[in-house]
Design a protein around this ligand. Structure first.
Ligand code: ZN
Length: 269
């Protein structure tokens, strides 16, 4: 998301909005103020909080918020460049460039909100800390709030913002922690390792995305079932857990134990 933000910052603030919309009915989540309120205003740039991209107007009054979910993509089009026929949302700028949101698949999950700056601040006040830059001293208390398994905990945007399922796999592998370990069971040294791994992996991911690296050149654990672990060469394993597939090294992370698929073992019992 940080790579998206950096890529969008200059294009969106180059020129004022000439036409806001159209927007797919399932994509635009707000109606007051109307989208047309953006017309004639210029964005200050692109900001990010967790997985949300924020585009505040430079008069400080309005904020356009975009959440891409998993399938949404934001793209800027140069003047005259042809874009998708039916974007989920589009903004045309006075210089002829455009910002378009597309979403693969039939289900529209990505969202666009236009709110006052005050309403956006209020909403963001309830968001949790950003993963990137989190140190062990701040991570410890969040981990100890309640006993949860590490993989779903890391992905929970209400606990820590900015980690998706792929990066949860990468982070736990680097930290040498089991995806099933309980947050409340980690000792101080493990909390240190987890905080360091979060920063190390997200920084690595950000740098690779900025270089335009694809998934194959970015992930070292995610989607790599059966491939050798980069540390111990044990074939990587996978386990389905709560609608997600977790990838891990059964040597580095779980001390030689293969994790059991809870749903499957229940069915077979
Ligand atoms: Zn390993």
């Amino acid at each position: 998301m940080e790579a998206w933000r950096r890529g969008l910052n200059d294009p969106v603030s180059a020129s004022p909005v000439a036409k806001a919309g159209p927007a797919h009915i399932a994509t635009l989540k707000t109606f007051d103020p109307p989208l047309a309120a953006l017309e004639g205003r210029r964005f200050r740039g692109a900001e990010r909080r967790g997985k949300r991209l924020l585009f505040p107007t430079d008069d400080g009054e309005l904020v356009l918020t975009v959440h891409l979910m998993t399938a949404g993509r934001l793209k800027t089009l140069r003047p005259g460049e042809t874009g998708p026929k039916t974007p989920a949302f589009s903004l045309a700028f006075a210089d002829g460039s455009k910002l378009v949101l597309t979403e693969a698949g039939k289900k529209k999950r990505a969202g666009v909100w236009l709110t006052t700056a005050a309403a956006a601040d209020e909403e963001l006040a309830h968001l949790c800390p950003e993963a990137l830059g989190l140190d062990a001293a701040s991570l410890g208390p969040i981990l100890r709030r309640e006993a949860r398994r590490l993989h779903p905990f890391l992905r929970d945007q209400r606990a820590i913002a900015g980690i998706g399922r792929a990066w949860a796999n990468e982070i736990l592998h680097t930290a040498k922690l089991s995806p099933y370990a309980l947050t409340t069971d980690l000792d101080d040294e493990e909390v240190e390792r987890l905080a360091a791994a979060i920063n190390e992996e997200l920084t690595r991911g950000l740098a690779l995305r900025e270089q335009g690296a694809d998934n194959d050149h970015t992930y070292r654990v995610h989607n790599r079932l059966g491939q050798p672990c980069r540390i111990c060469a044990t074939p990587l394993a996978q386990i389905d857990f709560e609608e997600h597939t977790i990838f891990y090294c059964p040597q580095c992370q779980t001390g030689g134990r293969v994790l059991k698929d809870r749903r499957l073992s229940r069915l077979l019992r």
